[in-house]
Design a protein around this ligand. Structure first.
Ligand SMILES: Cc1cc2nc3c(=O)[nH]c(=O)nc-3n(C[C@H](O)[C@H](O)[C@H](O)COP(=O)(O)OP(=O)(O)OC[C@H]3O[C@@H](n4cnc5c(N)ncnc54)[C@H](O)[C@@H]3O)c2cc1C
Length: 392
Protein backbone atom coordinates (compact mmCIF):
# COMPACT_ATOMS: atom_id res chain seq x y z
CA UNK A 1 0.00 0.00 0.00
CA UNK A 2 1.24 3.46 -0.92
CA UNK A 3 2.92 5.36 2.00
CA UNK A 4 0.72 8.42 1.39
CA UNK A 5 -2.41 6.29 1.67
CA UNK A 6 -1.05 4.70 4.86
CA UNK A 7 -0.30 8.12 6.37
CA UNK A 8 -3.82 9.29 5.49
CA UNK A 9 -5.38 6.24 7.17
CA UNK A 10 -3.23 6.62 10.25
CA UNK A 11 -4.10 10.25 10.82
CA UNK A 12 -7.77 9.56 10.09
CA UNK A 13 -7.86 6.79 12.70
CA UNK A 14 -5.92 8.90 15.22
CA UNK A 15 -8.59 11.56 14.89
CA UNK A 16 -11.52 9.13 15.06
CA UNK A 17 -10.48 6.76 17.84
CA UNK A 18 -8.60 8.95 20.27
CA UNK A 19 -10.25 7.76 23.50
CA UNK A 20 -12.36 4.86 24.82
CA UNK A 21 -15.67 6.63 24.13
CA UNK A 22 -14.84 7.30 20.49
CA UNK A 23 -13.59 3.73 20.05
CA UNK A 24 -16.87 2.39 21.48
CA UNK A 25 -18.82 4.76 19.20
CA UNK A 26 -16.85 3.57 16.17
CA UNK A 27 -17.56 -0.11 16.86
CA UNK A 28 -21.24 0.67 17.61
CA UNK A 29 -21.55 2.44 14.22
CA UNK A 30 -19.89 -0.50 12.46
CA UNK A 31 -22.17 -3.14 13.97
CA UNK A 32 -25.28 -0.96 13.56
CA UNK A 33 -24.47 -0.55 9.86
CA UNK A 34 -23.79 -4.27 9.50
CA UNK A 35 -26.93 -5.51 11.30
CA UNK A 36 -29.18 -2.87 9.69
CA UNK A 37 -28.24 -4.21 6.26
CA UNK A 38 -28.03 -7.89 7.29
CA UNK A 39 -30.21 -8.54 10.40
CA UNK A 40 -29.51 -12.29 10.27
CA UNK A 41 -25.79 -11.72 10.92
CA UNK A 42 -26.66 -10.68 14.51
CA UNK A 43 -27.11 -14.35 15.41
CA UNK A 44 -23.43 -15.00 14.65
CA UNK A 45 -22.38 -12.81 17.59
CA UNK A 46 -22.73 -13.15 21.39
CA UNK A 47 -25.58 -11.42 23.23
CA UNK A 48 -23.24 -8.90 24.90
CA UNK A 49 -21.29 -7.03 22.22
CA UNK A 50 -19.01 -4.93 24.44
CA UNK A 51 -15.86 -7.04 24.29
CA UNK A 52 -16.55 -7.94 20.64
CA UNK A 53 -16.61 -4.22 19.82
CA UNK A 54 -13.43 -3.64 21.76
CA UNK A 55 -11.69 -6.45 19.86
CA UNK A 56 -12.91 -5.05 16.52
CA UNK A 57 -11.44 -1.59 17.13
CA UNK A 58 -8.21 -3.00 18.60
CA UNK A 59 -7.73 -5.14 15.49
CA UNK A 60 -8.35 -2.19 13.13
CA UNK A 61 -5.91 -0.04 15.10
CA UNK A 62 -3.30 -2.80 15.03
CA UNK A 63 -3.62 -3.25 11.27
CA UNK A 64 -3.55 0.46 10.45
CA UNK A 65 -0.59 1.09 12.75
CA UNK A 66 1.43 -1.77 11.29
CA UNK A 67 0.46 -1.38 7.61
CA UNK A 68 4.05 -0.61 6.58
CA UNK A 69 5.00 -4.11 7.78
CA UNK A 70 3.04 -5.86 5.04
CA UNK A 71 4.26 -9.40 5.80
CA UNK A 72 3.31 -9.16 9.46
CA UNK A 73 -0.09 -7.69 8.67
CA UNK A 74 -0.88 -10.25 5.99
CA UNK A 75 -0.03 -13.02 8.46
CA UNK A 76 -2.24 -11.43 11.12
CA UNK A 77 -5.21 -11.02 8.74
CA UNK A 78 -4.77 -14.55 7.40
CA UNK A 79 -4.98 -15.90 10.95
CA UNK A 80 -7.98 -13.70 11.65
CA UNK A 81 -9.69 -15.09 8.56
CA UNK A 82 -8.91 -18.65 9.67
CA UNK A 83 -10.30 -17.81 13.11
CA UNK A 84 -13.54 -16.46 11.63
CA UNK A 85 -14.26 -19.80 9.97
CA UNK A 86 -15.82 -20.87 13.27
CA UNK A 87 -18.66 -18.36 12.73
CA UNK A 88 -19.38 -19.78 9.28
CA UNK A 89 -18.19 -16.49 7.75
CA UNK A 90 -17.99 -16.50 3.94
CA UNK A 91 -17.02 -14.11 1.12
CA UNK A 92 -20.40 -12.32 1.15
CA UNK A 93 -20.07 -11.64 4.90
CA UNK A 94 -16.64 -10.09 4.34
CA UNK A 95 -18.00 -7.88 1.58
CA UNK A 96 -20.81 -6.74 3.88
CA UNK A 97 -18.31 -6.02 6.67
CA UNK A 98 -16.22 -3.92 4.26
CA UNK A 99 -19.27 -1.81 3.33
CA UNK A 100 -20.24 -1.41 7.02
CA UNK A 101 -16.71 -0.35 7.92
CA UNK A 102 -16.62 2.35 5.23
CA UNK A 103 -20.01 3.62 6.44
CA UNK A 104 -18.84 3.68 10.07
CA UNK A 105 -15.69 5.63 9.21
CA UNK A 106 -17.62 8.09 7.08
CA UNK A 107 -20.17 8.73 9.86
CA UNK A 108 -17.38 9.17 12.39
CA UNK A 109 -15.87 11.88 10.22
CA UNK A 110 -19.36 13.39 10.01
CA UNK A 111 -19.94 16.61 8.23
CA UNK A 112 -17.42 18.63 10.23
CA UNK A 113 -15.48 21.18 8.24
CA UNK A 114 -12.60 20.98 10.72
CA UNK A 115 -9.55 19.92 8.71
CA UNK A 116 -8.74 17.10 11.17
CA UNK A 117 -12.10 15.40 10.62
CA UNK A 118 -13.09 16.51 7.12
CA UNK A 119 -14.23 13.67 4.88
CA UNK A 120 -12.47 14.07 1.54
CA UNK A 121 -12.44 12.05 -1.72
CA UNK A 122 -8.82 11.06 -0.89
CA UNK A 123 -9.93 9.66 2.47
CA UNK A 124 -12.83 7.83 0.86
CA UNK A 125 -10.39 6.24 -1.58
CA UNK A 126 -7.89 5.37 1.19
CA UNK A 127 -10.52 3.65 3.34
CA UNK A 128 -11.94 1.81 0.32
CA UNK A 129 -8.50 0.48 -0.53
CA UNK A 130 -7.94 -0.46 3.11
CA UNK A 131 -11.23 -2.32 3.58
CA UNK A 132 -10.76 -4.15 0.30
CA UNK A 133 -7.27 -5.21 1.42
CA UNK A 134 -8.50 -6.35 4.86
CA UNK A 135 -11.52 -8.30 3.71
CA UNK A 136 -9.83 -9.94 0.73
CA UNK A 137 -6.79 -11.02 2.81
CA UNK A 138 -9.06 -12.44 5.52
CA UNK A 139 -11.26 -14.23 2.99
CA UNK A 140 -8.21 -15.72 1.23
CA UNK A 141 -6.83 -16.78 4.63
CA UNK A 142 -10.09 -18.52 5.50
CA UNK A 143 -10.21 -20.28 2.13
CA UNK A 144 -6.58 -21.45 2.40
CA UNK A 145 -7.53 -24.06 5.02
CA UNK A 146 -9.46 -27.07 3.84
CA UNK A 147 -9.72 -28.86 7.19
CA UNK A 148 -13.05 -28.59 9.08
CA UNK A 149 -13.71 -25.21 10.73
CA UNK A 150 -15.15 -26.82 13.87
CA UNK A 151 -14.28 -29.89 15.87
CA UNK A 152 -16.38 -31.55 18.56
CA UNK A 153 -14.82 -33.09 21.66
CA UNK A 154 -16.11 -35.00 24.69
CA UNK A 155 -14.80 -34.23 28.16
CA UNK A 156 -13.35 -37.44 29.61
CA UNK A 157 -11.77 -36.01 32.76
CA UNK A 158 -11.91 -32.84 34.84
CA UNK A 159 -9.33 -32.48 37.57
CA UNK A 160 -9.26 -29.52 39.95
CA UNK A 161 -5.50 -29.37 40.63
CA UNK A 162 -5.71 -26.01 42.44
CA UNK A 163 -8.70 -24.21 43.88
CA UNK A 164 -8.76 -21.93 40.80
CA UNK A 165 -7.27 -24.24 38.18
CA UNK A 166 -8.57 -27.29 36.35
CA UNK A 167 -7.00 -29.73 33.92
CA UNK A 168 -9.63 -30.80 31.40
CA UNK A 169 -9.04 -33.76 29.11
CA UNK A 170 -11.12 -34.44 26.02
CA UNK A 171 -11.28 -36.82 23.10
CA UNK A 172 -12.05 -35.70 19.58
CA UNK A 173 -12.81 -37.84 16.59
CA UNK A 174 -11.04 -37.21 14.26
CA UNK A 175 -7.98 -35.70 16.02
CA UNK A 176 -7.42 -31.95 15.59
CA UNK A 177 -4.25 -31.41 13.52
CA UNK A 178 -2.70 -28.61 15.61
CA UNK A 179 0.99 -27.85 15.99
CA UNK A 180 2.43 -28.10 19.51
CA UNK A 181 2.41 -24.50 20.78
CA UNK A 182 -0.74 -23.45 18.90
CA UNK A 183 -4.06 -22.48 20.50
CA UNK A 184 -7.68 -23.12 19.53
CA UNK A 185 -10.98 -21.32 20.04
CA UNK A 186 -13.17 -23.17 22.55
CA UNK A 187 -16.91 -23.04 23.18
CA UNK A 188 -18.32 -24.85 26.22
CA UNK A 189 -21.97 -25.87 26.73
CA UNK A 190 -22.29 -23.75 29.89
CA UNK A 191 -21.51 -20.55 27.90
CA UNK A 192 -22.86 -20.87 24.34
CA UNK A 193 -21.38 -18.56 21.70
CA UNK A 194 -18.75 -17.20 24.12
CA UNK A 195 -15.56 -18.31 22.42
CA UNK A 196 -12.27 -18.20 24.32
CA UNK A 197 -8.78 -19.31 23.32
CA UNK A 198 -7.02 -22.15 25.13
CA UNK A 199 -3.69 -23.80 24.33
CA UNK A 200 -3.52 -27.60 24.28
CA UNK A 201 -0.94 -28.77 26.85
CA UNK A 202 -0.06 -31.97 24.98
CA UNK A 203 0.87 -32.53 21.33
CA UNK A 204 -1.75 -33.74 18.90
CA UNK A 205 -1.98 -37.55 18.72
CA UNK A 206 -3.79 -40.21 16.67
CA UNK A 207 -6.20 -40.92 19.53
CA UNK A 208 -7.63 -37.39 19.48
CA UNK A 209 -6.66 -36.83 23.11
CA UNK A 210 -6.56 -33.20 24.15
CA UNK A 211 -5.63 -31.54 27.42
CA UNK A 212 -6.30 -27.95 28.52
CA UNK A 213 -5.12 -26.17 31.67
CA UNK A 214 -7.64 -23.50 32.61
CA UNK A 215 -7.35 -20.91 35.37
CA UNK A 216 -10.46 -19.26 36.78
CA UNK A 217 -10.23 -15.52 36.10
CA UNK A 218 -12.14 -13.71 38.80
CA UNK A 219 -15.19 -11.99 37.31
CA UNK A 220 -14.74 -13.84 34.01
CA UNK A 221 -17.60 -15.40 32.05
CA UNK A 222 -16.13 -18.60 30.70
CA UNK A 223 -13.15 -19.71 32.78
CA UNK A 224 -15.08 -19.97 36.10
CA UNK A 225 -17.66 -22.13 34.30
CA UNK A 226 -14.91 -24.42 32.96
CA UNK A 227 -13.22 -24.73 36.34
CA UNK A 228 -16.32 -25.18 38.49
CA UNK A 229 -19.13 -26.48 36.26
CA UNK A 230 -17.55 -28.84 33.73
CA UNK A 231 -18.75 -32.45 33.79
CA UNK A 232 -17.43 -35.62 32.23
CA UNK A 233 -19.47 -36.16 29.07
CA UNK A 234 -19.81 -32.43 28.23
CA UNK A 235 -19.50 -31.69 24.53
CA UNK A 236 -17.08 -28.88 23.64
CA UNK A 237 -16.57 -27.24 20.26
CA UNK A 238 -13.08 -26.27 19.11
CA UNK A 239 -12.08 -24.11 16.13
CA UNK A 240 -9.16 -23.90 13.70
CA UNK A 241 -5.72 -24.03 15.40
CA UNK A 242 -3.91 -20.70 15.38
CA UNK A 243 -0.68 -19.14 16.56
CA UNK A 244 2.99 -19.33 15.78
CA UNK A 245 4.79 -20.44 18.95
CA UNK A 246 7.31 -22.93 17.67
CA UNK A 247 10.97 -23.87 17.88
CA UNK A 248 12.92 -23.18 14.72
CA UNK A 249 14.97 -26.32 14.09
CA UNK A 250 16.49 -24.94 10.89
CA UNK A 251 19.32 -23.28 12.82
CA UNK A 252 21.18 -24.44 15.89
CA UNK A 253 20.15 -21.67 18.28
CA UNK A 254 19.32 -22.83 21.78
CA UNK A 255 15.91 -22.06 23.23
CA UNK A 256 14.64 -20.01 26.16
CA UNK A 257 11.04 -20.62 27.21
CA UNK A 258 9.32 -18.59 29.93
CA UNK A 259 5.85 -19.65 31.08
CA UNK A 260 3.73 -18.44 33.94
CA UNK A 261 0.57 -20.05 35.34
CA UNK A 262 -1.40 -21.88 32.66
CA UNK A 263 0.90 -20.15 30.16
CA UNK A 264 3.11 -23.21 30.46
CA UNK A 265 0.57 -25.21 28.39
CA UNK A 266 1.89 -24.42 24.87
CA UNK A 267 5.51 -24.72 26.07
CA UNK A 268 4.82 -28.07 27.74
CA UNK A 269 3.21 -29.37 24.53
CA UNK A 270 6.34 -28.41 22.61
CA UNK A 271 8.85 -30.01 24.99
CA UNK A 272 6.70 -33.15 25.03
CA UNK A 273 6.84 -33.24 21.24
CA UNK A 274 10.58 -32.53 21.26
CA UNK A 275 11.12 -35.48 23.57
CA UNK A 276 10.07 -37.69 20.62
CA UNK A 277 12.86 -36.24 18.45
CA UNK A 278 16.34 -37.73 18.20
CA UNK A 279 18.17 -34.40 18.47
CA UNK A 280 17.23 -31.11 20.06
CA UNK A 281 18.75 -27.74 20.87
CA UNK A 282 19.24 -27.02 24.56
CA UNK A 283 16.06 -25.67 26.18
CA UNK A 284 15.90 -23.59 29.36
CA UNK A 285 12.31 -23.58 30.59
CA UNK A 286 11.46 -21.11 33.37
CA UNK A 287 8.14 -21.98 35.01
CA UNK A 288 6.51 -19.33 37.17
CA UNK A 289 3.67 -18.79 39.61
CA UNK A 290 2.84 -16.52 42.49
CA UNK A 291 3.37 -19.03 45.31
CA UNK A 292 5.41 -22.26 45.26
CA UNK A 293 2.11 -24.22 45.41
CA UNK A 294 1.00 -22.56 42.13
CA UNK A 295 3.66 -24.54 40.24
CA UNK A 296 1.08 -27.27 39.74
CA UNK A 297 2.78 -29.10 36.88
CA UNK A 298 6.39 -29.20 38.06
CA UNK A 299 6.45 -32.93 38.63
CA UNK A 300 5.55 -33.65 34.98
CA UNK A 301 8.19 -31.20 33.74
CA UNK A 302 10.85 -32.64 36.05
CA UNK A 303 9.91 -36.06 34.78
CA UNK A 304 10.48 -35.01 31.15
CA UNK A 305 13.73 -33.28 32.10
CA UNK A 306 15.09 -36.36 33.91
CA UNK A 307 15.00 -38.40 30.71
CA UNK A 308 15.85 -35.52 28.31
CA UNK A 309 19.21 -33.91 29.19
CA UNK A 310 18.69 -31.06 26.69
CA UNK A 311 15.87 -29.71 28.93
CA UNK A 312 16.57 -27.62 32.05
CA UNK A 313 13.53 -26.68 34.14
CA UNK A 314 13.86 -23.69 36.47
CA UNK A 315 10.95 -23.12 38.89
CA UNK A 316 10.30 -19.52 39.91
CA UNK A 317 7.80 -18.17 42.44
CA UNK A 318 7.14 -14.53 43.26
CA UNK A 319 6.72 -15.32 46.95
CA UNK A 320 9.24 -17.50 48.80
CA UNK A 321 6.64 -19.32 50.96
CA UNK A 322 3.22 -20.79 50.40
CA UNK A 323 0.29 -18.72 51.71
CA UNK A 324 -0.90 -19.53 55.23
CA UNK A 325 -4.09 -21.14 53.95
CA UNK A 326 -2.23 -23.71 51.88
CA UNK A 327 -1.60 -26.93 53.73
CA UNK A 328 1.38 -29.06 52.78
CA UNK A 329 5.05 -28.26 52.14
CA UNK A 330 6.51 -26.85 48.90
CA UNK A 331 7.77 -29.48 46.43
CA UNK A 332 11.48 -30.23 46.69
CA UNK A 333 13.35 -30.76 43.39
CA UNK A 334 14.62 -34.27 42.69
CA UNK A 335 18.39 -34.76 42.64
CA UNK A 336 20.03 -32.88 39.76
CA UNK A 337 17.09 -30.54 39.14
CA UNK A 338 17.36 -26.77 39.50
CA UNK A 339 16.11 -25.41 42.81
CA UNK A 340 13.37 -22.80 42.93
CA UNK A 341 14.24 -19.11 42.49
CA UNK A 342 12.22 -16.25 43.92
CA UNK A 343 11.04 -13.00 42.31
CA UNK A 344 9.00 -11.73 39.35
CA UNK A 345 9.76 -14.21 36.57
CA UNK A 346 10.99 -11.66 34.00
CA UNK A 347 13.46 -10.15 36.44
CA UNK A 348 14.65 -13.56 37.58
CA UNK A 349 15.37 -14.61 33.97
CA UNK A 350 17.06 -11.27 33.20
CA UNK A 351 19.33 -11.70 36.25
CA UNK A 352 21.20 -14.33 34.22
CA UNK A 353 22.26 -11.56 31.78
CA UNK A 354 21.57 -11.26 28.07
CA UNK A 355 19.86 -14.14 26.23
CA UNK A 356 20.82 -12.67 22.87
CA UNK A 357 21.95 -16.04 21.49
CA UNK A 358 18.57 -17.77 22.09
CA UNK A 359 15.27 -18.15 20.31
CA UNK A 360 12.78 -17.09 22.96
CA UNK A 361 9.13 -17.85 23.72
CA UNK A 362 7.08 -16.17 26.45
CA UNK A 363 3.65 -17.41 27.48
CA UNK A 364 1.30 -16.16 30.19
CA UNK A 365 -1.10 -13.31 30.91
CA UNK A 366 -0.73 -10.15 28.79
CA UNK A 367 0.77 -8.25 31.74
CA UNK A 368 3.30 -11.03 32.45
CA UNK A 369 4.33 -11.07 28.77
CA UNK A 370 4.78 -7.29 28.67
CA UNK A 371 6.77 -7.07 31.92
CA UNK A 372 8.95 -10.03 30.93
CA UNK A 373 9.77 -8.49 27.54
CA UNK A 374 10.59 -5.25 29.31
CA UNK A 375 12.92 -6.99 31.79
CA UNK A 376 14.67 -8.99 29.05
CA UNK A 377 15.18 -5.92 26.91
CA UNK A 378 16.61 -4.02 29.89
CA UNK A 379 19.01 -6.96 30.36
CA UNK A 380 20.30 -6.63 26.78
CA UNK A 381 18.18 -9.24 24.98
CA UNK A 382 16.96 -8.06 21.54
CA UNK A 383 13.18 -8.25 21.35
CA UNK A 384 13.02 -9.27 17.68
CA UNK A 385 13.81 -12.87 18.60
CA UNK A 386 10.94 -13.13 21.11
CA UNK A 387 7.76 -15.00 20.18
CA UNK A 388 4.51 -14.76 22.11
CA UNK A 389 0.80 -15.24 21.44
CA UNK A 390 -1.35 -12.18 20.66
CA UNK A 391 -2.09 -9.98 23.68
CA UNK A 392 -5.90 -9.95 23.26
C1 LIG B 1 -3.71 -17.10 22.59
C2 LIG B 1 -4.34 -17.31 23.95
C3 LIG B 1 -4.20 -18.53 24.58
C4 LIG B 1 -4.74 -18.72 25.86
N1 LIG B 1 -4.57 -19.92 26.49
C5 LIG B 1 -5.05 -20.09 27.75
C6 LIG B 1 -4.84 -21.31 28.46
O1 LIG B 1 -4.24 -22.27 27.95
N2 LIG B 1 -5.34 -21.40 29.73
C7 LIG B 1 -6.02 -20.37 30.33
O2 LIG B 1 -6.45 -20.52 31.49
N3 LIG B 1 -6.26 -19.21 29.66
C8 LIG B 1 -5.80 -19.04 28.40
N4 LIG B 1 -6.06 -17.87 27.73
C9 LIG B 1 -6.97 -16.87 28.33
C10 LIG B 1 -8.43 -17.25 27.95
O3 LIG B 1 -8.61 -17.15 26.56
C11 LIG B 1 -9.49 -16.33 28.59
O4 LIG B 1 -9.16 -14.99 28.31
C12 LIG B 1 -9.56 -16.51 30.10
O5 LIG B 1 -9.88 -17.85 30.41
C13 LIG B 1 -10.62 -15.56 30.71
O6 LIG B 1 -11.86 -15.80 30.10
P1 LIG B 1 -13.20 -15.39 30.88
O7 LIG B 1 -14.32 -15.55 29.93
O8 LIG B 1 -13.27 -16.12 32.18
O9 LIG B 1 -12.95 -13.85 31.21
P2 LIG B 1 -13.64 -12.64 30.45
O10 LIG B 1 -15.11 -12.63 30.77
O11 LIG B 1 -13.24 -12.68 29.01
O12 LIG B 1 -12.90 -11.41 31.14
C14 LIG B 1 -13.22 -10.96 32.46
C15 LIG B 1 -12.18 -9.98 32.94
O13 LIG B 1 -10.95 -10.66 33.20
C16 LIG B 1 -9.88 -10.06 32.45
N5 LIG B 1 -9.00 -11.18 31.99
C17 LIG B 1 -9.25 -12.00 30.96
N6 LIG B 1 -8.25 -12.91 30.84
C18 LIG B 1 -7.36 -12.63 31.81
C19 LIG B 1 -6.12 -13.21 32.19
N7 LIG B 1 -5.59 -14.28 31.53
N8 LIG B 1 -5.47 -12.67 33.25
C20 LIG B 1 -5.98 -11.61 33.92
N9 LIG B 1 -7.16 -11.01 33.59
C21 LIG B 1 -7.83 -11.50 32.56
C22 LIG B 1 -10.54 -9.35 31.30
O14 LIG B 1 -9.75 -8.26 30.85
C23 LIG B 1 -11.85 -8.89 31.91
O15 LIG B 1 -11.67 -7.68 32.62
C24 LIG B 1 -5.49 -17.68 26.48
C25 LIG B 1 -5.64 -16.45 25.81
C26 LIG B 1 -5.07 -16.27 24.57
C27 LIG B 1 -5.22 -14.94 23.89
Amino acid sequence: MDPTVIARLQSSLDALADDDDSRAHFSALFYTALFAEHPLYRSLFPAGMESQGHRFVTAIEFVVKNLPQQRRIRKFLTQLGLDHRRYGVEREHYRAAGVAMRRAVKSMHGTSAHSRYKWTPELEEAWSEFTEFVVSTMAEGAESDTTPALWGGTVVSHERVLDDLAIVRLETDPPIPYGAGQYVGVQVPQRPRMWRYYSPAIPTNPFGQLEFHVRKVSGGWVSPAIVTETNVGDQWVMSTPLGGLEVDFTHDRDVLMIGSGTGIAPLRAQVMEMSQRAQNPRVHLFVGGRYPCDLYDLETLWHISLSNPWLTVVPVSEEAENPWWHSGPALEPPFGMHSRLTGPIGRVVARFGSWADRQIQISGSPSMIKTTIYALRAGGTPIDQILHDPLY
